[in-house]
Design a protein. Structure first.
Length: 252
C-alpha cells in the first residue's frame, strides 16, 4: 500500500509571527504521527523560516510554484536551484489559482514539472475541472489533457515518485468537497491512464485529493484505494484542523 501524504498549501497567507505559532503547534501535534508523510508548501519568503523550524521533524516543506527556467533575466521568478538552497522537498505546480490568474499553459506546467524532477524536488502537479466542465460531462477529457502534455513531451515514466493532486476547481475553498465516489473515480482514471504506459510508475505515483478537505470528511475520502492523501488549503492554516486530517491519514 502507498503511504499517505498530507500537504498543506498555505497560499498567500502568513507572517513571521503567525507562521511561528502555526508551525510550532503543528510540530508538537504531528510528532507522534509516524505512519504517514506530512509537508507544508509556504510562500517563498518563508522558506528559510520553514527550514529552520521544521528540520529534524516529521514535517517536510516546499514551495507553491517555480520558474520554468534555471536562471537568467526573468524578473520576479524563483528558480528550482533557489528552492534547493532551502532544502525544499516539494513544489506545487500548476495550481488552478495560478493557471487562471497568471495564464499558465500546459507547456509551461510541463517545463516546471521537469525542472523540479530533474532537481530531485517532488512536483505536486495539480489537475482538475471547472463546474461547467463537470456538468457538461467532459471532466475526464479535461484532466487527461492536463496530463497528456507531460506524457507527450517526456513520457509516462516521469510520474514515478511524483505526486498528482486532483483538485476539482468547484471544490477549492468552497466548502463543497467532491464526494468519495467522484474523487475515487477520477483518481482511478488518472492511475489507469499512466498505468497503461508504465505500470510501475503508476503504482508508485501518489494521487492526492484537494478541495475543501477537512477533518470531518477526511476519513471517507482518504480511505478510498486510489486516494493517497490530501492537498489542504484552508484547514492547513489551523493546527487543530491540520492535525485532524493528518491523524486520519495516519490511521488508515
Ligand atoms: P481548500 O484549498 O482546502 O481551501 O479547498 C485546496 C487547494 O487549493 O489546494
Amino acid at each position: 500500500m502507498r503511504r499517505k501524504l498530507v500537504v498543506g498549501n498555505w497560499k498567500m497567507h502568513g507572517s513571521l509571527a503567525q507562521n511561528k505559532t502555526l508551525l510550532t503547534d503543528c510540530i508538537t501535534k504531528l510528532a507522534p504521527l509516524n505512519n504517514a508523510d506530512y509537508a507544508v508548501c509556504v510562500p517563498f519568503p518563508y522558506l528559510q523560516q520553514a527550514q529552520s523550524l521544521l528540520q529534524n521533524t516529521n514535517i517536510a516543506w516546499g514551495a507553491q510554484n517555480i520558474g520554468k527556467f534555471a536562471t537568467g533575466a526573468y524578473t520576479g521568478e524563483v528558480s528550482v536551484g533557489m528552492l534547493k538552497d532551502f532544502d525544499c522537498q516539494y513544489t506545487i505546480i500548476g495550481h488552478s489559482e495560478r493557471n487562471t490568474a497568471y495564464c499558465e499553459s500546459d507547456e509551461n506546467i510541463a517545463a516546471k514539472f521537469m525542472m523540479a524532477k530533474n532537481a530531485s524536488i517532488t512536483p505536486i502537479l495539480c489537475v482538475g475541472e471547472t463546474l461547467i466542465e463537470r456538468e457538461a460531462g467532459v471532466m475526464y477529457h479535461v484532466v487527461a489533457k492536463q496530463i497528456d502534455t507531460i506524457i507527450a513531451l517526456h513520457g509516462a515514466t516521469v510520474f514515478a515518485n511524483a505526486v498528482i493532486s486532483y483538485e476539482p476547481i468547484w471544490a477549492i475553498g468552497t466548502g463543497l468537497a467532491a464526494n468519495p465516489e467522484q474523487a475515487q473515480t477520477m483518481h482511478e482514471f488518472i492511475r489507469n491512464k499512466i498505468s497503461a504506459l508504465d505500470f510501475a510508475a503508476a503504482n508508485g505515483l501518489k494521487i492526492l485529493y484537494g478541495g475543501s478537505l477537512n477533518p470531518q470528511n477526511a476519513l471517507q475520502l482518504l480511505v478510498m484505494p486510489d486516494i493517497d492523501g490530501g492537498l489542504i488549503g484552508r484547514c492547513s492554516l489551523n493546527a487543530n484542523d491540520f492535525e485532524g486530517i493528518c491523524s486520519v491519514a495516519q490511521s488508515i
